[in-house]
Design a binder for this molecule. Structure first.
Ligand SMILES: NC(=O)C1=CN([C@@H]2O[C@H](COP(=O)(O)OP(=O)(O)OC[C@H]3O[C@@H](n4cnc5c(N)ncnc54)[C@H](OP(=O)(O)O)[C@@H]3O)[C@@H](O)[C@H]2O)C=CC1
Ligand SMILES: O=C(CO)COP(=O)(O)O
Ligand SMILES: [Zn+2]
Length: 352
């Protein structure tokens, strides 16, 4: 008897373009959400866009409330949950980078409320995904969370954000190459469920972005358009897989470990990009495609070295040798890379 089931949760409205922040009410009103909107943001995104969204709801006769969170943590999720309960929120809007969006989708999931994603930076592919990524002690959780009912991605806002945020988003996408390799490997060696569609979509998204590298330039709003569409596509791959695996492999474990070792280190996307150069080397050896990964990152201006991340060589080696411990996710790191092998991978690829 055939007993397989799948449940793919995707947004209903994805609104991308110049000035669409001013269409947030339209994007929301046809979702039949009721009650008070609660706008959840972090400090800079609140100034850039969160306060504008609040003002829009006020002008339209809603009674919006707002909260600003500072960090991605389970405490921050709990603060938002409690605040939403006190303010009797009817639905949540997450306005910001990956941190604010993750916290909001996790709080919405717990509260059983609708969630709308309003990215202020094209810096990560959690814009659409139904996953939240939060560190806790020695580990990092990728938890199921409320996927957005709508996404409002204003390319004018995204293009005005610091350029490094956009190159971080590109690097998060380029890292799909190695994430999908790890996804396939774990399927072959550990029999984890594998979605051909999710794997193909995540890889194709990286290929299309790399093919568009010439059009991804500082100061061009079209760059924000290209990158945010790729971020949406990569998030859809995660939703199809029901896991972050198509977009998060060993290079992400490396980055999560760096976050623990250097809390104010580099951007998520930049760290996973550098991780991807080394994990591609581990997958395919000195003659493999690590140069392609490095050159793709370099073409869009993302860091390709430890120095480019502002992180010292020893910490990169420590992160690479211990990254397998951070989560129960089988990757090319297996049960750990020795220090000698890590130094070889990092030095042959020029990361250190
Ligand atoms: N759930 C998922 O599927 C995924 C989750 N992630 C998670 O997302 C996070 C990474 O996302 P990222 O966006 O890099 O991290 P942040 O949300 O920390 O944003 C990075 C920085 O950009 C600032 N910022 C955001 N928008 C603007 C803007 N318009 N102008 C100026 N500054 C701005 C933020 O300000 P401020 O400090 O004020 O917030 C912050 O300092 C990680 O926690 C990662 O794990 C990443 C990919 C997928
Ligand atoms: O960053 C992600 C995909 O780009 C997903 O995050 P996790 O590694 O926490 O699942
Ligand atoms: Zn990522």
């Amino acid at each position: 008897m055939f007993e397989k089931t799948t449940w793919i949760r995707l947004p209903r409205n994805v609104v991308v373009g110049h000035g669409v922040l001013d269409q947030t009410i339209e994007a929301v009103s046809e979702l039949h959400l009721t009650g008070r909107p609660l706008v959840v943001s972090s400090p800079t995104p609140h100034q850039v866009a969160g306060s504008r969204v609040v003002a829009q709801f006020e002008d339209a006769g809603y009674d919006p409330d707002q909260i600003v969170i500072e960090e991605a943590s389970f405490d921050a999720v709990q603060r938002v949950i409690e605040y939403a309960e006190e303010s009797d929120a009817g639905f949540l809007l997450g306005v910001g980078g990956g941190k604010a969006i993750d916290i909001t989708k996790m709080a919405a999931d717990d509260l059983g409320l609708g969630f709308v994603s309003v990215p202020t930076a094209a810096s990560h592919d959690g814009i659409v995904s139904g996953r939240g990524s939060v560190p806790e002690g020695d580990t990092r959780h990728s938890v199921a969370a409320e996927p957005p009912l709508a996404v409002v991605a204003d390319t004018e806002v995204l293009a005005e954000a610091p350029w490094r945020l956009t190159t971080a988003g590109c690097a998060d996408i380029i890292s799909n190459y190695t994430a999908v390799r790890d996804y396939e490997l774990a399927h072959r060696l550990k029999n984890i469920p594998y979605s051909e569609y999710a794997g193909a979509l995540a890889r194709m998204t990286a290929e299309m972005l790399v093919d568009s590298a010439d059009s991804i330039k500082k100061g061009l709003e079209e760059s924000a358009w290209i990158v945010v569409k790729a971020l949406v596509s990569s998030g859809v791959a995660m939703s199809i897989a029901g896991s972050s695996r198509p977009a998060s492999g060993a290079e992400h474990l490396f980055s999560h470990q760096l976050d623990r070792l250097v809390p104010d280190g580099a951007l998520h996307g930049h760290q996973v990009g550098v991780g991807s150069i080394m994990t591609e080397y581990l997958h395919s050896g000195p003659k493999g495609k690590w140069r392609d990964v490095r050159d793709a990152l370099s073409a869009i201006g993302a860091p390709t070295t430890a120095a480019g991340l502002g992180i010292d060589d020893e910490t990169v080696i420590e992160a690479l040798t211990t990254a397998h411990r951070i989560r129960d996710r089988y990757t090319i790191l297996g049960d750990g890379v020795s220090e000698e092998a890590a130094i070889e991978a990092a030095s042959v690829t020029g990361v250190i």
